[in-house]
Design a protein around this ligand. Structure first.
Ligand SMILES: *[C@@H]1O[C@H](CO)[C@@H](O)[C@H](O)[C@H]1NC(C)=O
Ligand SMILES: *[C@@H]1O[C@H](CO)[C@@H](O)[C@H](O)[C@H]1NC(C)=O
Ligand SMILES: *[C@@H]1O[C@H](CO)[C@@H](O)[C@H](O)[C@H]1NC(C)=O
Ligand SMILES: *[C@@H]1O[C@H](CO)[C@@H](O)[C@H](O)[C@H]1NC(C)=O
Ligand SMILES: *[C@@H]1O[C@H](CO)[C@@H](O)[C@H](O)[C@H]1NC(C)=O
Ligand SMILES: *[C@@H]1O[C@H](CO)[C@@H](O)[C@H](O)[C@H]1NC(C)=O
Length: 434
């Protein structure tokens, strides 16, 4: 008897005390619940975290990537298609303009051509074809990542083009002059016809490479499956791959995520039932530039690798591939599929979680993923960027509702959005100590 009573006593203490925190549901996130009706029925509000601000509205084109400059200029890109331009600058709350001008956004010979019945994206290296991602480095350079692979209507059947060398490229624009200063293209041994350059991160420190001009890390999310990382030495222009088809970079086979509570299958006009198939998609450096966190769009698993293994050029070291492959860390599950990543000066790794209309943070100190912000307006958070002003900016584009994935029916409703939230604890842009 006495013994039993003692046990009950301890249980009660436990429940009143640390119970809630230990169960893993942070008390400060209880805005996720409310009650309604005469019986006070508890409901999920779909909301938690810091206030979400509507920063920009898209009415003409659906955005993919974005980047915020040191002085607060905001650039966005749009994969195409039929859009008039693929790189834009936000000019006011509701409009953008082609950047740096319409001419650079208009390849004179068109976006694609046909060879032996196969559609190739343009090989034009001096015009933008289909810009997928943007990044602003601490020297206020805007870096433009052109996949070179527009989506086209082939006999009214949407399809992705293959890349022709020259089309896929990295372009640097000096934001003080709005002029292109550098263009990097890739040989077919590094960028395959079915590669898809999806996102990019930089280390411009002089000690990052032997030549001292910095390095870019690019994720290859190839829907066709030859996924991995592409690196370019920014001083020499030399490029190489790592983790090609490493299991950590591959798409999950026939994944069925749920978006807004609806199990998702890809229904493309003229094609059999499909599945989301981008591989290596989100990637972010830690605040020291020494670790890359990454994952495929279609997985619940997070991975990391020390960047020294990605920087090792296999043409100089025949064991570089093997070492990279052997040094991938599986950080296990993080609570869902993740889209774009972002990082900040404190080392928070933000992951956009399209199944949850949320952004989670991976904390490498604890090895745990924690909730950060969730909001019903976050219908497919696509790409995020930490500003110098302490805000995390991210695009919302309703991507699973696009016609290419829904038998040609466009279920998206304008406007698309740039939303922003304050980063925690005074965090700022990660400038890698520059
Ligand atoms: C969370 O719940 C506690 C206890 O009921 C309450 O005092 C607090 O105001 C709530 N916080 C929010 C953000 O709703
Ligand atoms: C695209 O260009 C065409 C022809 O100049 C113009 O009629 C159309 O309004 C433009 N569309 C957008 C969204 O700017
Ligand atoms: C935003 O810019 C567009 C294009 O220049 C213009 O048509 C529109 O009136 C502007 N809106 C506001 C609120 O200033
Ligand atoms: C593709 O073709 C179909 C049928 O002709 C048309 O309805 C659709 O608007 C086209 N899509 C694009 C992106 O051109
Ligand atoms: C480069 O220098 C920074 C500090 O100056 C240091 O933290 C970092 O480890 C160095 N990186 C390499 C690859 O040597
Ligand atoms: C991660 O968790 C640790 C331990 O709770 C905490 O001190 C730190 O502020 C968190 N954030 C980051 C970015 O490490």
């Amino acid at each position: 008897m006495a013994r039993t009573q003692l046990c009950i006593f301890l249980v009660v203490i436990h429940c009143l005390g640390l119970g809630a925190a230990q169960a893993g549901f942070p008390v400060e996130l209880n805005s996720t619940f409310s009650t309604t009706g005469s019986r006070n029925v508890r409901i999920d509000t779909g909301t938690y975290g810091p206030p979400v601000e509507e920063y920009h509205y898209f009415y003409d084109q659906w955005p993919i990537g974005l980047a915020v400059s040191k002085t607060g200029r905001v650039f966005t890109c749009y994969t195409r298609g039929t859009y008039n331009y693929t790189l834009g600058e936000v000019v006011n709350e509701t409009a953008e303009a082609p950047y740096p001008n319409l001419e650079l956004n208009t390849p004179p010979d068109g976006l694609y051509s046909e060879t032996n019945g196969i559609m190739f994206g343009s090989s034009d290296s001096s015009h933008f074809i289909s810009v997928q991602a943007l990044y602003v480095t601490p020297d206020d350079t805007l870096w433009v990542l052109d996949s070179g692979r527009p989506t086209i209507n082939q006999s009214s059947r949407p399809s992705s083009t293959y890349a022709a060398p020259g089309g896929p490229k990295l372009v640097a624009i000096d934001l003080s002059t709005d002029k292109v200063t550098r263009t990097y293209t890739l040989p077919p041994s590094v960028h395959y016809p079915d590669s898809y350059m999806n996102d990019l991160r930089f280390d411009l420190r002089t000690n990052a490479t032997a030549a001292g001009g910095g390095i870019v890390y690019i994720v290859d999310s190839s829907n066709e499956g030859r996924t991995g990382f592409i690196m370019i030495d920014l001083a020499t222009g030399e490029s190489w791959r790592q983790l090609s088809q490493h299991p950590s970079t591959l798409a999950v086979y026939e994944v069925v995520p749920s978006y807004n509570g609806i199990p998702f299958y890809q229904r493309q006009k003229g094609h059999t039932l499909g599945f989301q198939s981008p591989g290596n998609d989100g990637a972010e450096l830690d605040q020291h530039g020494e670790v890359m966190y990454y994952s495929a769009l279609t997985t619940d698993y997070l991975y990391s690798i020390e960047t020294k293994y990605l920087r090792a050029n296999p043409s100089l070291d025949p064991l570089a591939d093997k070492r990279a492959s052997d040094n991938v860390k599986n950080l296990r599950q993080r609570g869902g599929n993740a889209n774009g990543f972002a990082g900040d000066s404190l080392g928070n790794v933000y992951m956009l979680m399209p199944e949850h209309n949320a952004i989670f943070i991976y904390n490498y100190t604890t090895g745990l993923t924690v909730p950060y912000v969730r909001d019903s307006r976050m219908v497919w958070p696509d790409s995020a960027n930490a500003g110098w002003d302490g805000y995390l900016y991210f695009t919302i584009n309703q991507l699973p509702y696009q016609p290419d994935l829904n038998d040609g029916v466009d279920g998206r409703v304008y406007p698309g959005l740039i939303l922003r939230v304050k980063m925690p604890d005074g965090a700022n842009k990660n400038t890698l100590l520059i």
